[in-house]
Every structure is written in C-alpha cells, then in structure tokens.
Design a protein around this ligand. Sequence first.
Ligand code: ATP
Ligand code: MG
Length: 296
Amino acid sequence: MSGATAVGAPAPGDAGAQPELRPIEVEDISVRFGAVRALADVSFSVAPGTIHAVIGPNGAGKSTMFNVLSGIYKASSGQVRYGDAMLTSMEPHRIANLGIARAFQNIALSGTQTVTENLLLGRHHLTKAGFLSSGLRLPRATREARRHTERVREIATFLDLGDKLDTPVGVLSYGDQKRVEVARALCIEPQVLLLDEPVAGMNADETQRMAEIVLEIRDALGITIVLVEHDMGMVMGIADRVTVLDFGRRIADGTPVEVQADPEVIRAYLGAGDDSGDDAAADSEPPFPSDEERTS
Ligand SMILES: Nc1ncnc2c1ncn2[C@@H]1O[C@H](COP(=O)(O)OP(=O)(O)OP(=O)(O)O)[C@@H](O)[C@H]1O
Ligand SMILES: [Mg+2]
C-alpha cells in the first residue's frame, strides 16, 4: 500500500475502541415518494468487517437506501437491524451514536477551518471533560485534548493529510477534501462507515488511492463499510459483496465476479431494457472495466 501510515484501533478508553461484530440486516425495505416507488422490498445483509457495495444505474434507489440506513428517510415498510438495534425506528443522531458514521457525497466541512479543527469536531461526542473544565484547562481536560489531537493526527496521516493539518479545508484540492470528509467520519471511531460515492469527481489517481484507503480502513480498523458508488471499476476491485439495484428492486446480490456475470445486471447497465430474450446485451462490450483498464 503506497504511502499510508498504519492506523490502529483507538486507544483504550475511547468510545468505540473495539469494533463490534454486528451484521446489518436490510429486510424488505420499501420507500415511496408519492407515486414513485424508490425502493421495493429490498433485502440484503452486510457481514461485519466487510466492504459491501450498493450499485445500480441512475435512479435505481442507491441514495434512498443510503438515507434509510442513516435514518434520514423513513421506510414505508420493512426494517433494518444492526445486531439487536432496529435502525428503522431510530433518529439519525441515535444511529450515529451507535457508531454508524456517514461521509457525505457533497462535502460537508467548514472551509475556513483547518483540517485539524474540522476533524476535532468529529471527536466532540467522545469528549468526556466538560466545557467548564476544558475552558479552565484542568489537567484532565488538557490530557484529553492532547489525546484527541494525537488521534486526529494519526487518522489524518492515514489519509495522506498529515502535512495539511493546519491548512484551511477550503483551499485543499477536491480529492483532499473528499479524504478529509472520510477522515472526519473515522474520527468518531465508527463501527460502520457509510460512504456515499467517495470517488465521485475524482481523477484516476485519486480514485485509485481512495480504493486503497477503503481497503485499509477495513483491514486495519476492522470496521464494516457500506459503499454506494457509481464507479464500477472501484467497486468491483474492492467490494467483498455487491447488491445491485435497478428501478428500486434488487436484481442481484453476490460477489463482484458473480454480479458482473449476471445477465440482468449487464442488461440494466447497458440500458437494453427489453426482455426479448435475445442476447444483444450479453454480446456487447461488458459494462465493467477489466483489471487492466481499472489500474491504468
Ligand atoms: N426526495 C425525493 N422525492 C421524490 N422522489 C425521490 C426523492 N428521492 C429520490 N426520489 C426518486 O426515487 C428514485 C430513486 O432515487 P435515488 O436518488 O435513490 O436513486 P440513485 O440510485 O441514488 O440515483 P443516482 O445514481 O442518479 O444518484 C428516483 O426515481 C428518484 O427520482
Ligand atoms: Mg444517488
């Protein structure tokens, strides 16, 4: 892995120190927006410690699913369980408090604040010393502040941002800002990381690097990653399992190799949109890049 500094589990005493091995079970989720059925009885399971991608053509329901997982949208029917916790009946902040962190597709950072300041905001809920003792600079608060700053530095370095800690986020390149967004989510020491199109708008090098980082997040931190992504090359290269949506329905679920070979997936991506049974779609250029294309 190029250039990354190892990032271990957080220090003992930090909330969420050890990722818990809880699966996410999505069961028969439907979401309606008026007449539009954005999701129709979608089920899949996310095994702990894996990278699970949710893919599909435009309008397939990916973002809607993401918003159900993070509690922003309420499902019309069905449920999502995280171990014993019923996510579908929880408000977004309670889901976040369970250690399910979300990195936003559209960067939600303060541009005038430095990388360190933005990342420290991500640790606010882990701060035990109250505002009063922090304000008075009591020893415990000072120690705690130092510990958080060290952890922020560790996480930033892991995301190739170690030399940008004092830079205002607003002047960073787009790729750097996307990595700050992921770092901010990691700063809450999550058990589960929800990534919404983490490489959207990135160039090939930045995409490659983000793919490596996502793999390292899984391997070094042992956390579960749910990835909604358009970039098929990235998804097929790193996902352990892929759920494919099309028009709100689950049309495939399996390993990258399995779903790439699935005729219905190929048809959905090529937009053939007919059930005539002829194999025009299958004979065409596959919609998924080869390994060579992916790495070039
Ligand atoms: N807030 C909303 N109000 C009304 N309709 C919505 C809303 N959000 C999504 N939809 C509709 O639900 C369907 C699924 O949309 P969604 O955004 O989940 O798709 P997507 O897979 O994320 O697409 P894209 O790849 O374009 O981001 C679409 O038909 C969309 O127009
Ligand atoms: Mg979307």
